[in-house]
Ligand binder design. Structure first.
Ligand SMILES: Nc1nc2c(c(=O)[nH]1)N[C@H]1C(S)=C(S)[C@@H](COP(=O)(O)O)O[C@H]1N2
Ligand SMILES: [Mo]
Length: 300
């Protein structure tokens, strides 16, 4: 795939956080002081070099289409993503079945270049396009009792070979605490590289939570529910000893079967040395305060 950036990539392009943090700061006033520091940190970043479109769309986890890394690219073409309807229910003011266009109406997608770290210890850098989940949630109206957000993926045996074979229980479900869901880094992505989201990456809309292991970033979402109780999450249900509800990227907390201290950057080439995994995947300044007072070994 020969897709290239339309423009030359500058340092400003690879630090979009700086821009939105600035915007938020203006809106949030004093609450944004930490955000300014975070924007500074983002600018001092190594200058994130996005993986190629080919890497991002050919090496995937999407068990609805099989467990192999190339299965989603091979099989996800069968999924019908238009029309697409999303049920919004639970502790919201405006529940209902929304078309994708209705849900996104009035919101403008922006680019976010994020590190993406799978619990399997590989990583990529992805130039997503999407909207902040907070903007969607604010639009549908959050009731004061809401404490969590639950998500559910499409599970269609007709078009999804992994669902037919029941490789794991479906539908795939995930959840976030409300403050995590409302964090400005958390987006609902509808595209990447300024193209519509490829099916294998979770078309037409998927969650991206860059400081958490990749499995939290649930794909092809058909339902969003605000709840008072912590919702179930697929990998946590399957192996709670290995996959916690929080699953924040943490180089100091090993998976029971492997270290999380380093990672392999996909597309790094033959001589690509493993690189150090960063606390909260490099977003520590932005998100650490969400977990103040929590034991990150117990709440892994
Ligand atoms: N519905 C659904 N969402 C999912 C998965 C899945 O199997 N089904 N896999 C997760 C895992 S383990 C990872 S690492 C990421 C992979 O996203 P990518 O293929 O866009 O890199 O999607 C996550 N979201
Ligand atoms: Mo993953």
């Amino acid at each position: 795939m020969a897709y290239r950036w339309k423009n030359t990539l500058t340092r400003a392009d690879v630090t979009p956080e700086a821009m939105w943090l600035n915007r938020r700061q203006i809106i949030a006033g004093a609450a944004g002081l930490g955000a300014i520091a975070a924007a500074g940190a983002a600018q001092a970043d190594e200058g994130l070099e996005p993986n190629s479109y080919e890497d991002i769309t050919s090496y995937n986890n999407f068990y609805e289409f099989g467990t192999g890394k190339s299965d989603p690219a091979e099989n996800a073409g069968a999924m019908v993503t238009d029309p697409w309807s999303i049920r919004v229910d639970g502790l919201v003011d405006n529940p209902g079945d929304y078309s994708l266009a209705q849900l996104l109406d009035g919101l403008t997608a922006e680019e976010r270049i994020y590190r993406f770290r799978c619990v399997e210890a590989w990583s990529m850098v992805v130039p997503w396009n999407g909207v902040e989940l907070a903007d969607i949630l604010t639009k549908v109206g959050i009731k004061p009792e809401a404490k969590y957000v639950a998500f559910e993926s499409l599970a269609d045996p007709e078009t999804m070979i992994g669902v037919r074979r029941q490789v794991i229980p479906f539908p795939y479900v995930e959840g976030l605490r409300l403050d995590e869901a409302m964090h400005p880094l958390t987006i609902m992505a509808t595209g990447l590289y300024d193209r519509p989201m490829p099916n294998q990456n979770g078309a037409p809309i998927r969650l991206v939570v860059p400081w958490k292991y990749g499995f939290k970033s649930i794909k092809s979402i058909i339902r969003i529910t605000l709840t008072e109780e912590q919702p179930p999450a697929t990998w946590n249900m399957l192996q709670s000893r290995e996959y916690g509800f929080y699953s924040n990227v943490n180089p100091e907390v090993s998976h029971p079967r492997w270290s999380q201290a380093t990672e392999r950057r996909i597309g790094g080439g033959l001589f690509n040395a493993r690189q150090d995994t960063l606390m909260f995947n490099g977003y520590e300044q932005e998100v650490a305060s969400l977990y103040e007072g929590m034991d990150l070994r117990r709440n892994f």
